[in-house]
Design a protein around this ligand. Structure first.
Ligand SMILES: Nc1ncnc2c1ncn2[C@@H]1O[C@H](COP(=O)(O)OP(=O)(O)O)[C@@H](O)[C@H]1O
Ligand SMILES: [Mg+2]
Length: 496
């Protein structure tokens, strides 16, 4: 006797022994089919609405009374369903696109499984210009008690006239799996998650509303974010891979995009702001399937571990459902299990890029820290301008100078370079020059007042040298002089 048959004998049989599924037990088990959050369950319904060509999707959450479980309702203005489709939509495996590899839906379990993962009862209403409003439902408690699920679509007894010519409304009553006490917090976290998962669709014009507020697109790569006049940049062009699928010689591409966040000036924001903008804790890869986020995390990084610096660069991988097998898509669309082939191929490129971007971030942080500490010396130098002869500028204006002192790996011959632009003299110290380690190694470790004073004195030495080098007394060959001197100094510090 097979296990199914045994269960069929001992379980409450709903539709006879020959059924593969014992409905009374299955609906219970289906509750734990793998939706890890209310956001991912609702995302399934949003997928369906988008596939039904909806342009406006509204999610409302309420509680009939204070101690009751919440109700969630999601309504769209999509094409709606006729009686036949409606009768299958709550069936596990019921789908008008089963096995389809062109868009969001594919498995035919999204609607019933996502609904039961959160609630004890789901009702689906749908209307079209050519048919009256119809309704079907699935009630966990009555199926568990042995009643046969009846998916015949009936005319909707609820009297409220739909505002759109066609559409669908899914209602989850008794959402007993939702732990939020405050529904406003649930709404906020839904807006954040759905804004991220559906960012492409929202940007393309789909209106998604949670409660009374519209969901804004939430791009983990922060491409459109401008803060303090700075925005993320792309360090390289996209990596594009082509994979064969099926046996017709068809191919489909995987696109990998990287961005770097502007450490200067965003690192100077306070941590609350960094957190609320999504800078802190946003490290990793966002995987987009058919323009919808399906996974996020520290993926394809080989042996590289995540560090705090990795918050400052981001990666996005895009692919189409034809490559589902390669990415290992599960039916809950909440993660990927990439094939070994894909894992090795992508990690081979992504891991070294991750290491490179990490080290660039580290350097930017060091440079930002350096510039912040050097601003003391710059202020002191500017204060001395009042007692120094004014240097005429290139445009023959004559105003006191201000100073900027920066550091950069340059691997040049000179210890620093001096560039005047308008009234600003920017001095860039070469981090790769032997003198940098010799001087700044000890100076950066000195936190005492004496140490800070010494650093300032050394920096004033550099700034004064730079000012003199661009002054009228300097010869045309001051660049050569600076290099020669830097060279001699480098030789000497080797004998420190
Ligand atoms: N909001 C909706 N508008 C129109 N049709 C829908 C909607 N939601 C579900 N459906 C129909 O119900 C079927 C089952 O949905 P689902 O269980 O999510 O499976 P899948 O999306 O994989 O087909 C879909 O194939 C579709 O025909
Ligand atoms: Mg679906």
């Amino acid at each position: 006797m097979t296990q199914t048959q045994t269960r069929a004998r001992t379980g409450r049989i709903v539709s006879g022994r020959s059924d593969l599924i014992v409905a009374a037990n299955f609906v219970q088990a289906a509750r734990d089919m793998g939706y890890i959050s209310v956001s991912s369950a609702i995302a399934e319904l949003v997928d369906n609405s988008i596939q039904a060509a909806a342009t406006r999707i509204t999610i409302s959450i309420s509680r009939p009374d204070e101690s009751a479980f919440p109700h969630i309702e999601i309504e769209d203005n999509g094409v709606g369903m006729d009686a036949t489709v409606l009768a299958t939509c709550l069936q596990f495996g019921g789908s008008t696109r089963f096995g389809d590899r062109t868009s969001l839906g594919r498995f035919g379990v999204g609607l019933p499984a996502a609904s039961l993962s959160q609630s004890r009862r789901v009702e689906v209403r749908s209307w079209r210009p050519d048919s009256p409003r119809l309704v079907v439902d699935l009630d966990l408690d009555s199926v568990t008690a042995g009643a046969s699920p009846n998916f015949t679509a009936i005319s909707d007894p609820v009297i409220s006239i739909p505002a759109t010519p066609s559409g669908t409304r899914v209602t989850w009553t008794a959402c007993d799996r939702i732990e939020y006490k405050r529904l406003r917090w649930l709404e906020r976290s839904l807006r954040r998650d759905l804004g991220r998962i559906f960012r492409d669709f929202i940007q393309a014009g789909v209106t998604l509303i949670v409660g009374t507020e519209e969901v804004t697109p939430n791009d983990p790569l922060m491409r459109e974010m401008v803060v303090q006049e700075a925005r993320p940049t792309m360090p390289m062009s996209d990596l594009i891979y082509e994979f064969a699928h099926g046996d017709q010689g068809c191919t489909s591409t995987v696109t990998v995009t990287f961005v770097e966040l502007p450490v200067d000036p965003w690192s100077l924001l306070d941590s609350k702001e960094k957190r609320s903008l999504g800078i802190i804790g946003g490290a990793g890869v966002s995987v987009m399937r058919a323009g919808r986020e399906i996974s996020t995390g520290w993926l394809f990084m080989g042996d590289k571990r995540k560090e705090n610096y990795d918050d400052w660069w981001r990666c996005e991988i895009r692919f189409d459902p034809e490559l589902d097998d390669l990415f290992g898509i599960s039916n809950t669309k909440q993660g990927i299990r990439p094939s070994q082939h894909l894992l090795e191929l992508l990690s081979m490129d992504i891991e070294p890029i991750a290491r490179l971007l990490n080290s660039r971030v580290r350097q930017s942080f060091e440079a930002a820290k350096f510039a912040a500490a050097a601003s003391n010396a710059c202020r002191a130098a500017a204060a001395a301008e009042s007692v120094l002869p004014i240097l005429p500028g290139p445009d023959t204006t004559a105003r006191p100078l201000t100073y900027a002192l920066r550091s950069e790996p340059r691997a040049g011959d000179a210890m620093f370079s001096a560039d005047r632009e308008g009234d600003v003299l920017t001095v860039t110290v070469d981090r790769d020059h032997a003198a940098f380690a010799a001087l700044y190694g000890p100076l950066q470790g000195m936190d005492s007042d004496d140490g800070k004073r010494l650093r300032k004195a050394v920096e004033l030495l550099i700034l004064s040298f730079a000012r003199t080098a661009i002054g009228p007394g300097a010869s045309e060959s001051h660049g050569g002089f600076l290099k020669d001197w830097s060279n001699v100094y480098a030789k000497m510090v080797q004998h420190l």
